[in-house]
Design a protein around this ligand. Structure first.
Ligand SMILES: [Fe+2]
Ligand SMILES: [Fe+2]
Length: 216
């Protein structure tokens, strides 16, 4: 039977938030690596400009994964149907892998994550809460639309990443594959279609985050 969050679920939610922001993310899957047959060239072949561009793009992706954690955590916390809650938590665990992969890549590039990550988490948790309180179908609709937008965003990064940065590309491609899966699962679980103005608001909000995280 569907039940609302109790004190234990709130404590688990607080624990998940602190882990997402403060603890090194524990990936369930190893960092994806380039699979092409030609020998991959290491980071030492990247020019300083390319390295800077890769780091900025991977910082954006890392911030996006912090936001994804927050959205899924909030949507799990306020989901009514236990199966929908489990779907949200399962997706959040895959987003933890993405977070860990982006963090590992940032370290390889000698770069740091966005200093505004707590803000991205808090803002996204608020948005996820609103989506969840509108009901499970709307919440699933929000997942489907978010993942569609994330997929487009990751595709644009594959165009923008330096051609020689195969390590970042492998990560972005694997993330993109998972995001498509999350969107499809949300759709088949009964996602509602979101109104156009809501979709546009989501795009604009994401743009603020991506443009800011690119720099800081
Ligand atoms: Fe992700
Ligand atoms: Fe996702």
């Amino acid at each position: 039977m569907a039940r609302g969050p109790n004190i234990d679920t709130f404590i688990s939610a607080a624990d998940r938030a602190l882990r997402a922001l403060l603890a090194p993310p524990a990936a369930g899957r190893p960092v994806p690596t380039p699979t092409q047959k030609a020998p991959t060239r290491g980071d030492d072949t990247l020019s300083p400009d390319d390295r800077r561009e890769s780091a900025a793009l991977m910082r954006v992706n890392h911030a996006g994964e912090v936001a994804a954690q927050a959205l899924y955590h909030a949507q799990a916390l306020f989901a009514r149907d236990p199966e929908i809650r489990e779907f949200m938590l399962h997706a959040a665990r895959e987003e933890t892998d993405h977070l860990a992969w982006c963090e590992a890549r940032l370290k390889e590039l000698g770069a740091r994550p966005s200093v505004l990550n707590p803000l991205w988490y808090a803002g996204s948790f608020g948005i996820g809460t609103i989506a969840a309180l509108l009901g499970d179908k709307a919440s699933l609709g929000f997942v489907a639309e978010t993942e569609r937008q994330v997929e487009g965003h990751l595709k644009s990064h594959l165009d923008r990443l330096p051609a020689d940065d195969q390590r970042s590309r492998a990560i972005v491609e694997a993330m993109s594959h998972d995001e498509v899966g999350h969107g499809r699962q949300a759709e088949s679980a009964g996602a509602a279609n979101l109104p156009g103005p809501v979709r546009e608001l989501m795009r604009r909000t994401a743009r603020v985050m991506t443009h800011t995280a690119y720099r800081v």
